[in-house]
Design a protein around this ligand. Structure first.
Ligand code: URA
Length: 224
């Protein structure tokens, strides 16, 4: 799709065309690069019907750590913030255990609108939201991206991921000219239905905190 011409936005806003705005232009006219937020996107008909509101990322726009989930659930849709339901409690606890508060990190999702009946986002829906995620990533330029669960890992890396066995692996992602480090994690909700995953989840969050706190210098030699 050509830059700057994405359709499906109720609030059309023309962007400049110089190089600094390239990432934003790619995201389309619904993206606001100042607030890292999306307004009036109508690209996914099912999601427009099912959402109560668009759920943008939260947290500092210069955070070292960016957590990427799948899509908002019912609580997130109601409150307009990612990971504020039961999964969010698990994430918050794991962050607190390593001395971080959720306000220290940025948290976002691959898809910003709640899918109907909590189904997985469709490939097309993930594609429609990809430009927003990439624009957020490039604006933030985090030390580390942490994918939470299988869907974000596969979407971000563009390959199949066996997330339980690959949790803790460090990967690389190129977005335009920039390269990002990506740490794979199981989804926090996995620890609720399979307590055996608690340890790998908390260990992954601890490594993420260590890595970010170290300005990306920590090694992952013993880590997947
Ligand atoms: N699960 C996700 O993947 N994202 C949320 O925001 C909440 C739960």
């Amino acid at each position: 799709m050509p830059t700057g011409t994405l359709s499906g936005c109720m609030d059309e806003r023309r962007l400049g065309s110089d190089a600094e705005e390239a990432a934003e232009e790619h995201a389309g006219d619904c993206w606001n690069g100042d607030t890292l937020s999306v307004t009036g996107c109508t690209r996914c008909p099912d999601l427009v019907d099912s959402r109560g509101q668009i759920v943008d990322g939260v947290g500092p726009s210069d955070a070292d750590l960016l957590f990427v989930g799948e899509a908002p659930g019912a609580t997130e849709d109601e409150r307009g913030e990612p990971f504020v339901g039961r999964s969010g409690d698990v994430l918050d606890d794991a962050l607190r255990a390593v001395g971080l508060d959720r306000t220290d990190v940025r948290i976002t999702n691959c898809v910003r609108c709640r899918p109907p009946d909590n189904r997985d986002p469709a490939t097309e829906e993930l594609g429609h939201c990809r430009g927003y995620l990439e624009a957020e990533l490039r604006a933030l330029d985090p030390e580390l991206v942490v994918t939470l669960g299988k869907v974000p890992a596969e979407h971000v890396l563009g390959r199949s991921v066996a997330v339980t066995s690959e949790a803790g692996s460090l990967e690389e992602l190129d977005v335009g000219p920039e390269r990002f480090r990506v740490l794979l994690s199981v989804h926090p909700a996995a620890t609720l239905y399979d307590p055996g995953q608690r340890e790998v989840f908390t260990e992954t969050i601890a490594r993420a905190a260590e890595y970010a706190g170290d300005g990306g210098q920590a090694t992952f030699g013993d880590f997947g």
